[in-house]
Design a binder for this molecule. Structure first.
Ligand code: PEP
Length: 254
């Protein structure tokens, strides 16, 4: 079976409006012809509406969070319905920074997943273990529990629409990447759990991205693993040259 690759950027809380739009313009002009790779750029809410006016079918845009209610008196929050109205098609949910700094629980993330799906957005669901859990060798059980409490509660129809990003927390923004063997091991475990909870066909169709200090220097080896379908990229998504190189690598591996 052959799944396409996905290269998804996550700018986090970086770039002014002008810097973001400049990036999008360069990306649009420089994007190579792609036959096997999907490109998504995750950006702050402020960029979404302007960035969507530059879309040309070669890439899509993502928000990095949403509120679980559709609308109402939630000052300062942005719902999936509002994101959808900008032209964005994706939303990153359950990122470890949201879990850590904003105390997002699996249960809250499940509400957000359902809301995003109801509004026609594709969630990029993040999971991954902290360093002590990895050192204790209980990373598989930890990630399974994160999934059990959230995405495994979805229906067969809903789960087909999500993308999973495995992001070991000890590798995010640290320059320390999981080895390709560590990434493959966990991605395979995730796929086995998907097959156990849904169907083998669903497990084989779902894209599982790797995230954690992924860069042009290590992407080829990571993206070549059987169950690694691309990457969720933080730091290396901020520079167009690095991001374009990651896209070229993904496209060349198919
Ligand atoms: C991320 O935050 O999703 C991420 C993978 O960051 P970095 O690539 O910088 O480790």
């Amino acid at each position: 079976m052959s799944r396409s690759k996905i290269v998804a950027g996550n700018w986090k809380m970086n770039k002014t409006l002008n810097e973001g739009i400049e990036f999008i313009q360069v990306l649009k002009e420089s994007m190579p012809e792609l036959n096997h790779t999907k490109v998504v750029v995750g950006m702050p809410f402020i960029h979404l509406a302007s960035a969507s006016t530059h879309l040309n079918g070669k890439f899509s845009i993502a928000a990095q969070n949403c509120h679980h209610e559709i609308q109402g008196a939630f000052t300062g929050e942005i719902s999936a319905a509002r994101i959808q109205s900008t032209g964005a098609e994706y939303v990153i949910l359950g990122h470890s920074e949201r879990r850590q700094y904003f105390k997002e629980t699996d249960e809250l993330i499940l509400k957000k997943l359902r809301s995003a799906l109801d509004q026609g957005l594709t969630p990029i669901f993040c999971c991954g273990e902290p360093l002590d859990i990895r050192e204790d060798d209980s990373h598989v059980a930890y990630v399974n529990e994160q999934m059990e409490n959230s995405i495994f509660q979805l229906s067969n129809e809903e789960i087909r629409k999500i993308i999973i990003a495995y992001e070991p927390i000890w590798a995010i923004g640290t320059g320390k990447t999981a080895s390709s063997a560590q990434a493959q091991e966990m991605h395979k475990e995730i796929r086995i759990s998907l097959a156990d909870n849904f169907t083998l066909a669903i497990a084989n169709d779902i894209h599982i991205l790797y995230g954690g200090s992924c860069s042009p220097a290590n992407a080829e080896e990571l993206f070549s693993q059987e169950d690694v379908d691309g990457g969720l990229i933080g730091g290396a998504s901020l520079k167009t040259s690095d991001f374009l190189e990651l896209i070229r690598i993904a496209e060349s591996i198919h």
